[in-house]
Design a binder for this molecule. Sequence first.
Ligand code: FES
Length: 107
Amino acid sequence: MPRPEIHLIVCVNDRDPAAGKPCCGGRRGHDLYRRFKDLIRTGGLRDRVLVSRSGCLRHCSRGATVVAWPSHHWYGGVEPEDAAELLESELAGRELERLRMPPGPWE
Ligand code: FES
């Protein structure tokens, strides 16, 4: 596999509901990751785009959280239904503004 042009990192952190803090795993982060995987496979993008699961990216109340490299675009509130549009934007070198991570403290 050549070095990918784009690396998408999807938070799938799961937290005990009793923790009193939301988590991306509880906000469909796992489905979001699988949707990216499917889009990459069906789109023939395996040599261009890598998607990885991660633990907490410190934006828990604004998840599901995705960060794209090398663009360094941070996205919040990402749903599986947003994956195709987000991927298309990153492939075009554009930030998907409607999902830009809102300003706020890192958690
Ligand atoms: S649990 Fe996803 S950013 Fe913290």
